[in-house]
Ligand binder design. Structure first.
Ligand SMILES: *Cc1c(COP(=O)(O)O)cnc(C)c1O
Length: 373
């Protein structure tokens, strides 16, 4: 059997160990310490945001963003539909209700036209929550303008898009609050972890407070609010500091993988996940979309790849099709449109591992070409 080709696995460089060693040498083996402080500063500087709070996951960052927006039981939050469930689950943690907004075909992200319909219908929404799918920025000008017009704060889920830019601005700088993830398969990883980003210093302080069990300033343990244990460990932050140095290198490699697929499929009834001209994705995952009415399904390709020990993955199943969100609102540009459902049915995430060799990618491509001519 050939060596397994992964969708997206961790790529370590050795520098990570230096920071971990430092934490051991100074005995800061705790959810605080120099690595945590420096990782926050380094990441905020990279993104171009004023403040960052290192947390245990992207999900926890999104949860605290939802809390900051004051979401209470029964409140509406307008969310991306075509995304990972982690984007939208935190709304439920606070008792809020997700209304899902369909995607457009230019970026696969939230369609601003559908967002406008949703905001007209739910002007009382507590937040708009937008994910940048597979590392491709959403149409931020249009989305931000609508959020401003309706006075609804924007939360950016930049878990998949670290390093991607829209009009030369990093994703994670558009939202009032933003979230990053350093999970094992993301473009850089700390094994597990995340970050909350904002220009609002008070908001980031509040996040740090909630994330460390909401301890009031008192010599004894005093609490006026419910707290969480969400702070990143100093060991984990050390991995992050080592990884961040290589982020741009990772993006270049991911882009090269994407361009190779794109070129190979040029003459075939396959499109690659698209982006708008004014944006530069981080190319986290390369995804293919089989032309409508072509006789081959993504499942056939995925199973053929799996037989050769090659990992691929279906597109995220849209949230409005998930049993757990049955009965929630789904807003598309008209009543028969379901762009997310269509992309789900025709798309496939292809191996986009930073360590994939040219020969390995050629093998992936030739298996796909065996089906689609
Ligand atoms: C990975 C991911 C998250 C969650 O991040 P964790 O660090 O795994 O909690 C949230 N949203 C999207 C779109 C993701 O891909």
């Amino acid at each position: 059997m050939n060596k397994r080709i992964y969708l997206s696995s961790p790529t370590m460089h050795g520098l990570e160990m230096k920071y971990i060693q430092e934490a051991f040498d100074t005995n800061w083996v705790a959810p605080l310490g120099k690595n945590v402080d420096e990782f926050e500063k380094e990441m905020a500087a990279y993104i171009g945001v004023k403040h960052a709070a290192a947390l245990v996951s992207g999900t926890s960052a999104l949860h605290l963003a939802i809390k900051l927006c004051g979401v209470k039981p029964g409140d509406i939050v307008i969310c991306s539909d075509l995304t990972f469930s982690a984007t939208v689950n935190p709304v439920s943690y606070e008792g809020g209700i997700q209304v899902f907004v369909d995607s457009e075909y230019d970026t696969w992200n939230m369609d601003p036209r559908a967002l406008e319909i949703a905001l007209k219908k739910y002007p009382q929404a507590k937040a708009v929550l937008v994910a940048h799918l597979y590392g491709t920025p959403a149409k931020m000008d249009e989305i931000l303008a609508l959020c401003e017009q309706y006075h609804v704060p924007l939360i950016e889920d930049a878990a998949e898009s670290l390093g991607a830019t829209y009009k030369d601005r990093q994703t994670g700088t558009f939202g009032k609050y933003s979230a990053l993830s350093y999970n094992g398969n993301k473009i850089i990883t700390t094994s597990g972890g995340g970050m909350f980003l904002s220009d609002d210093e008070a908001a980031v302080k509040k996040v740090r407070f909630w994330a460390t069990q909401s301890r009031d300033p008192a010599p004894h343990y005093q609490h006026s609010e419910i707290g969480y244990n969400y702070r990143m460990s100093n060991i984990v932050a050390g991995i992050g500091r080592g990884q961040l140095v290589y982020l741009n290198e990772h993006i270049q490699k991911k882009k090269q993988i994407y361009e190779t697929y794109k070129k190979a499929f040029e003459e075939l009834p396959i499109q690659m996940n698209p982006h708008v001209e004014c944006s530069e994705p981080n190319y986290w995952l390369s995804c293919m979309l089989i032309d409508k009415d072509y006789s081959v399904t993504p499942t056939q390709i995925r199973e053929a790849l799996e037989k050769e020990n090659i990992e691929s993955r279906p597109i995220w199943k849209p949230m409005h099709l998930q049993p757990v969100f049955e009965g929630h609102g789904f807003i598309a540009i008209d009543k028969d449109t379901d762009v997310g459902g269509d992309i789900f049915s025709r798309g496939l995430c292809l191996p986009s591992d930073i360590k994939i060799t040219e020969e390995e990618q050629e093998r992936v491509i030739s298996i796909i070409k065996g089906f689609i001519k």
